[in-house]
Design a protein around this ligand. Structure first.
Ligand code: BES
Ligand code: ZN
Length: 612
């Protein structure tokens, strides 16, 4: 078996440890330095290895300090270029070699976004952040860039002295750079074995504040207090997660709030979750993203998908745990409400991809598919739906959590395939194999479209959302006066999100309706990103022209792909404003995150190579 997204073979050798020494050069927008990989041979007569790279310039390679021959192979569209290394000796199975690569990244490295001071809150200092998942680590470090391989790491990073560096590891001190008094070296150690996609770095004018016994929040100083308030439930969530899944092995759990262009809601970098500032709603209502990233400390970071084809093992189990935490904190009805919302997200994804699209399989084939193109809610929500279905079949949440906990224990510190997961499921529930055999596994895992079984969820919390959305859908123009501010007074922001999702699920509302909705609910002034995003999409879909600039503003002022891509697409589909969407994208492209820019270009059918 091999990883379709990596050039390195995980059957001939594995990296056990990685030692990084990097200089961060903001002037040239490059990382420069050395990585020493401790590699173990898995076969006899081992004398060559292949590392993944993407747009790296490699100037030297040594093996146990002796010069080694190396060459970069041809560049693949998204896998990058293989770095072939010939060792000047050969190893027997079980022996180790230290391979040191001296290299430099490209300013266009897809893992990195370099921000100018103007793009930061403080406006005075530049900023750098990384996002390696799924296959971008290779643009930052030459390595075996496959989730099937796990290693520890140590790192020393030299940065200008007014800046602070943090990584997905435990902080291990700092010192003035002996080679340049204007710089400081930050040190980090990650003693828990983890895949390359979890290596992460941020350099900026960062400050931090303690919010719990093992938690600090980090960000530019402008956001520290707001973040401390928003994420105050973190320790409760960690304890709940430990109660569900077993001990938290990573020591520290810090949260870093990134600049608005961070492309995801959250990223589970070990010891240091990355979070988008769009979570700062002011009322802790979007904290499920933190519960989600915390949950990855077990499902994803301890037990890891062997290749990106098994990504649902990471995300499905994590959503399952996230909702268990939500259920423990806000009650079972809340868990059911979120599960139902997830089913609708799945329907939306299946509709967007098309019900016959193989990328809507729970376990898709990713040969020649860029993982960024395959990304969607499917692994999250089809994965969750399968686990919830099994929960019902096996005897409820407590029984099924017993399995999840045992699965985590069984596969901790390793990487698994769907088949291994399923075998373990059958072993754990050996007394219920007859029930498990009735599950249509082929339909769940290898068939596109919606799952074969639709779970029934408790609708207590959803009822008010469903009723109000139905009133709007059925209303004639003469009924519009019947809508009042009070309709939404008793809805929580979760319910408001659900109400708008239900409307987005249907045909566009008449223009008269969205105008009236603004009059009575005043949603234009709502700054909760999840609500605002859905509201603006709804308006643009109904061809409300004054919503177009607001939608484009939101699409560009923050860069979370979940918001930015659909907002751009929605305006693009409003023919009159199609050119406006493209023009706005082109004007902003250079300042956007490289992955967001690439995917949005595809969405808007802009030639990826076209000059801005
Ligand atoms: N690991 C993902 C983010 C990710 C996935 C980055 C694939 C790159 C490639 C993270 O844990 C995640 O799922 N974030 C969600 C949170 C949500 C499901 C609660 C997000 O960003 O919205
Ligand atoms: Zn996740």
């Amino acid at each position: 078996m091999s990883d379709p997204c990596s050039f390195s073979s995980f059957t001939s050798c594995v990296t056990r440890h990685l030692n990084l020494r990097l200089q961060v050069d903001f002037t040239r927008r490059v990382l420069r330095g050395k990585v020493a990989l401790t590699v173990e041979a898995l076969e006899d007569k081992f004398s060559s290895l292949t590392l993944d790279t993407s747009d790296l310039t490699v100037s030297a390679v040594t093996a146990n300090q002796q010069p080694a021959r190396f060459s970069l192979g041809p560049k693949h569209s998204f896998k990058g270029a293989p770095l072939e290394i010939q060792l000047p000796f050969s190893l027997s199975r079980g022996q180790h070699v230290i391979v040191e690569v001296t290299y430099e990244t490209a300013p266009s490295a897809t893992a990195l976004q370099w921000l100018t001071p103007e793009q930061t809150a403080g406006k005075k200092q530049p900023y750098l952040f990384s996002q390696c998942q799924a296959h971008h680590c290779r643009s930052m470090i030459p390595c075996q860039d496959s989730p099937s391989i796990k290693h520890t790491y140590y790192s020393q990073v030299s940065v200008p002295k007014d800046l602070v560096a943090v990584m997905s590891a435990v902080r291990d001190g700092q010192e003035v750079d002996p080679e340049d008094a204007g710089r400081v070296i930050y040190r980090f150690r990650q003693p828990v074995s983890m895949p390359s996609y979890l290596i992460a770095i941020v350099v900026g004018a960062l400050e931090s504040r303690e919010i719990g016994p093992r938690t600090r929040v980090w960000s530019e100083k402008e956001f520290v207090d707001k973040a401390a308030f928003e994420f105050s439930e973190t320790e409760t969530m960690l304890k709940t997660a430990e109660d569900l899944a077993g001990p938290y092995v990573w020591g520290q759990y810090d949260i870093l709030v990134l600049p608005p262009s961070f492309p995801y809601g959250g990223m589970e970098n070990p010891c240091l979750t990355f979070a988008t500032p769009t979570l700062l709603a002011g009322d802790k209502s979007l904290s499920n993203v933190i519960a989600h990233e915390i949950s990855h400390s077990w499902t994803g970071n301890l037990v890891t998908n062997k290749t990106w084809e098994h990504f649902w093992l990471n995300e499905g189990h994590t959503v399952y745990l996230e909702r268990m935490i939500g259920g423990r904190m806000h009650g079972e009805q809340f868990r059911q409400f979120k599960a139902m919302g997830g089913w609708k997200e799945l329907q939306d994804s299946v509709n967007t991809f098309g019900a016959n699209n193989p990328l809507t399989n729970l376990v898709p084939r990713l040969q020649d598919v860029n993982p960024d193109d395959a990304f969607s809610s499917v692994p999250y929500e089809k994965g969750f739906a399968l686990l919830y279905h099994l929960e019902e079949l096996m005897g409820g949440p407590d029984v099924f959590m017993g399995f999840v906990k045992s699965y985590i224990q069984m596969f901790a510190y390793s990487s698994v395939t769907t088949e291994e997961w399923k075998n373990y499921l059958f072993t754990y529930f050996k007394d219920k194999v007859d029930v498990l055999n009735k599950v249509d596994w082929n339909a769940w895992m290898f068939t596109p479209g919606m799952p074969p079984v639709k779970p029934k969820y408790d609708t207590t919390m959803a009822d008010a959302c469903i009723a109000l959305s139905q009133r709007w859908i059925q209303a004639k123009d003469q009924d519009l006066n019947g809508f009042k501010e009070a309709d939404v007074k008793s809805l929580s922001s979760h319910q408001m999100i659900e109400f708008l999702s239900l409307l987005l699920h249907e045909a566009a509302l008449p223009l008269t309706h969205v105008k009236r909705m603004q009059q009575v609910y005043q949603l234009n002034s709502c700054m909760n990103a999840e609500i605002r995003f859905r509201w603006l999409r709804l308006c643009v879909r109904s061809k409300l022209e004054e919503a177009v600039p607001m939608a484009l503003k939101m699409a560009t002022e923050q860069g979370r792909m979940k918001f930015t891509r659909p907002l751009f697409r929605e305006v693009f589909n409003f023919e009159k404003y199609r050119d406006e969407a493209v023009k706005t994208f082109l004007a902003n492209r250079a300042a956007m995150h490289p992955v967001t820019a690439g995917l949005t270009a595809k969405d808007l059918k802009v030639d990826a190579a076209a000059a801005p």
